[in-house]
Design a protein. Structure first.
Length: 189
């Protein structure tokens, strides 16, 4: 069942997964407000274009074209976003978490090129992991302010904000590069 959260002066309809119990239509505690805002941050495009809008109708012919003045391609950037988000999610959930090596594990090799299937797999993986993050935020049993037991001081809240910040930064970068590369369709506004 979708999650329904109502905040005075604003209404959010947030669909995360069917197995999340429906909140009873109102926010009762400050923690509920915080969770609602975090879900909105992860699932909506409050002050910027959403990930879905940014990648929509991207031309296959430009997936492996290096952005101007940098060493990576549109697919490299999206795959970096997917890998980084997955790493943070894994850290949050996995008591046996093993850190990845920067930058090697966070970026594809510069010479690596994606097929349409790999492009789609990157986007699907990003969206799947985003849903998992939303599930964590939606779960009232997850204590957002408690330290992650296997971390060194990080909280779930900090990690959610880190994901949102990283994704917003690179989604903005991706959209600007689309403009520079001329990869928006003629109907793009």
């Amino acid at each position: 069942m979708p999650v329904y959260i109502v905040i005075p002066e604003r209404s959010y309809y947030l669909t995360v997964k069917e197995n999340i119990e429906e909140w009873d239509g109102c926010v009762k505690k400050e923690e509920d407000v915080s969770r609602a805002e975090l879900l909105a941050l992860l699932s909506r495009s409050n002050a910027h274009m959403s990930f879905e809008e940014a990648v929509e109708d991207f031309p296959e012919s430009a997936m492996n074209t290096t952005f101007p003045n940098v060493t990576y391609t549109p697919w490299h950037l999206l795959e970096h976003m997917r890998r980084s988000q997955w790493d943070i999610l894994d850290f949050m959930r996995n008591p046996n978490y093993k850190g990845m090596v920067w930058p090697d594990d966070y970026w594809p090799q510069k010479s690596q090129k994606a097929t349409r299937k790999e492009w789609d797999k990157t986007i699907e993986g990003f969206n799947r992991d985003m849903k998992e993050l939303q599930l964590l935020v939606s779960d009232p049993k997850v204590e957002m302010h408690s330290r992650i037991p296997h971390g060194d001081g990080q909280t779930m809240l900090r990690e959610i904000l880190l994901v949102a910040d990283h994704n917003a930064y690179h989604t903005g970068e991706f959209t600007i590069m689309r403009q520079v590369m001329g990869t928006w369709g003629k109907d793009h506004k």
